[in-house]
Structure formats: structure tokens, C-alpha cells
Design a protein around this ligand. Structure first.
Ligand SMILES: C[S@@+](CC[C@H](N)C(=O)[O-])C[C@H]1O[C@@H](n2cnc3c(N)ncnc32)[C@H](O)[C@@H]1O
Length: 149
């Protein structure tokens, strides 16, 4: 991640309490309903929320039965979010696109990867992530059109 990315993360750190409050004001059960039916269901499903922010959607995924991991590079955002969703069993990771090194180092395979309003932070000239084989990626419509390769 370059200087611009670092600046963006500093901004997320500084504004974490305010931004987290804004993220949490949205009820994911309503606005994620459009694609909830597309998600795989069943026992032992593992989901990854990349750029998870407060963990609002990560927590929502737990209500659908997923074990979840949240990759979020802004320490401030992670910490504020942790306090809000402490009882959900979310595992939080300091990790970022385009490489997701810490996530890959776990050697896990995810049934679902969620990227919500994150692609705009990734400006690179190659595919932005080494996605583990077989992982379906659901890109919410707000992210389409923000891809910069
Ligand atoms: C607009 S917020 C979206 C948060 C959450 N996904 C949501 O929908 O509420 C963007 C998030 O992406 C994170 N982020 C910034 N750069 C990132 C990167 N290179 N890789 C992954 N996440 C990043 C920010 O720290 C922030 O939490």
C-alpha cells in the first residue's frame, strides 16, 4: 500500500468513532436482503469480510450461521467495532487489499468473501487480490464501477 493508502487509513483511524456510528446506523438485514438468498447455507460455512469497518455486516453474517473473519486495516476502526460486536465471535485481522497476506497466511478457504465499499481504496495495475481458489466473491453494486486496475 502506498502513501495515499496510508493517508486514507490514518483518516479512518482518526474518524473511527464517527464513521463507526454511521456504519452501524444501517440495518444490514434490510439492505443486504437483496443478496442474502444467494449466499451458500449449511453447517461450517466460513465467511470473510474484507474492509469490514465496524463489523456490522460481519456480525450480520453470523446471524445467518457463518463463522466469520473480518479483515480491517484501520486499527481505530477495528477497535471501536470490536467493542460493539464483542459477543459475536468475529475474528478480526489486521489485513488489507491488494495482497491480504495475513489472511492467506492462515491457509483457510472461505465460502463467501464480502467486499462492501472497499474497492475504491485499491488502486493498482494488477488484479487486486490473490483470492484463494474456489472462493465466490460477491461485489455489492455500490462497488461496481469503482475498480481501478
Ligand atoms: C467505506 S468503509 C466500508 C466499511 C464496511 N465494509 C461497510 O460496508 O460498512 C471502507 C473500509 O475499508 C477499509 N480499507 C481501506 N483501505 C483498505 C484496503 N487496502 N484493504 C482493505 N480494507 C481497506 C477502511 O479502513 C474502511 O474500514
Amino acid at each position: 500500500m502506498g502513501a495515499r493508502g496510508d493517508d486514507q487509513l490514518r483518516a479512518y483511524d482518526l474518524l473511527a468513532p464517527r464513521l463507526v456510528a454511521e456504519y452501524e446506523a444501517l440495518d444490514p438485514t434490510a439492505y443486504r436482503a437483496t443478496y442474502a438468498t444467494l449466499l451458500p447455507r449449511g453447517p461450517d460455512q466460513l465467511a470473510l469480510d474484507v474492509g469490514a469497518g465496524s463489523g456490522r455486516d460481519t456480525a450480520w453474517l453470523t446471524t445467518l450461521g457463518f463463522d466469520v473473519m473480518a479483515a480491517e486495516p484501520s486499527r481505530g476502526t477495528r477497535e471501536v467495532g470490536e467493542g460493539l460486536h464483542a459477543d459475536t465471535g468475529i475474528r478480526r485481522l489486521d489485513d488489507r487489499l491488494p495482497d491480504l497476506d495475513a489472511t492467506h497466511a492462515l491457509g483457510l478457504s472461505f465460502d463467501v468473501s464480502l467486499l462492501s465499499a472497499v474497492w475504491q481504496h485499491v488502486a493498482c495495475r494488477r488484479p487486486p487480490a490473490r483470492i484463494p481458489q474456489g472462493v465466490p466473491i460477491y461485489i455489492p453494486k455500490e462497488d461496481i464501477g469503482r475498480l481501478v486496475f
